[in-house]
Design a protein. Structure first.
Length: 186
């Protein structure tokens, strides 16, 4: 008779709902990253393309994915030291996504310096290159952090010391036996 009553709201239920709510933002950040990358490559190669003025739509898209990113990153990094900020924020990502993030952040700095040295051109291609070059790191960090948030429970639950005891996400040594954590030995 009580089967029709809703089940009690548990922490697991909220984590599942959070993952479901994050998926559209992961997809949007991936689409934004891919679109920005294509537009940026076209502008670097100076390909004639009628949609260079659409770069400002991509700039608006950063704000859509960045708000949840900031909230998620705060949650992902709260137990970690400041020096481990990026490691904590992207701990649920594949290694290639982390490398891509670092490469695109470095590239954005190089692109900025190049654009300052060469001076701004007053054409759509130059503007698209400048703006899209700045958007790349925002989209890749949003994608990496939001994707990480959907996978972090799996990663953290498998973290163990060399003796097999489960350890917390920020632990360098096992809270139970003091042994080194396996993931830190790699």
């Amino acid at each position: 008779m009580a089967g029709w009553l809703p089940q009690p709201l548990t922490a697991g239920y909220f984590k599942t709902m959070l993952k479901i709510l994050l998926i559209p933002f992961v997809v949007l950040s991936a689409i934004g990253l891919f679109s920005t990358l294509i537009l940026h490559l076209a502008s670097v190669l100076k390909i004639q393309f009628e949609h260079y003025d659409k770069v400002f739509y991509l700039a608006g898209g950063v704000f859509v994915v960045w708000l949840p990113t900031v909230l998620v990153v705060g949650k992902l990094t709260k137990e970690f030291k400041r020096k481990d900020f990026w490691k904590a924020a992207m701990r649920g990502c594949p290694a290639w996504v982390k490398k891509l993030a670092y490469v695109l952040i470095a590239y954005a700095v190089i692109n900025f310096i190049y654009m300052m040295i060469t001076g701004p051109d007053e054409n759509k291609i130059s503007t698209a290159r400048f703006v899209s070059g700045h958007l790349l790191p925002f989209y890749v960090v949003a994608f990496a952090s939001l994707y990480s948030a959907t996978k972090v429970d799996e990663i953290d639950s498998t973290r163990r010391c060399i003796n097999g005891h489960p350890v917390s996400p920020a632990a360098k040594y096992c809270e139970e036996c003091g042994a080194a954590v396996q993931s830190d030995l790699k």
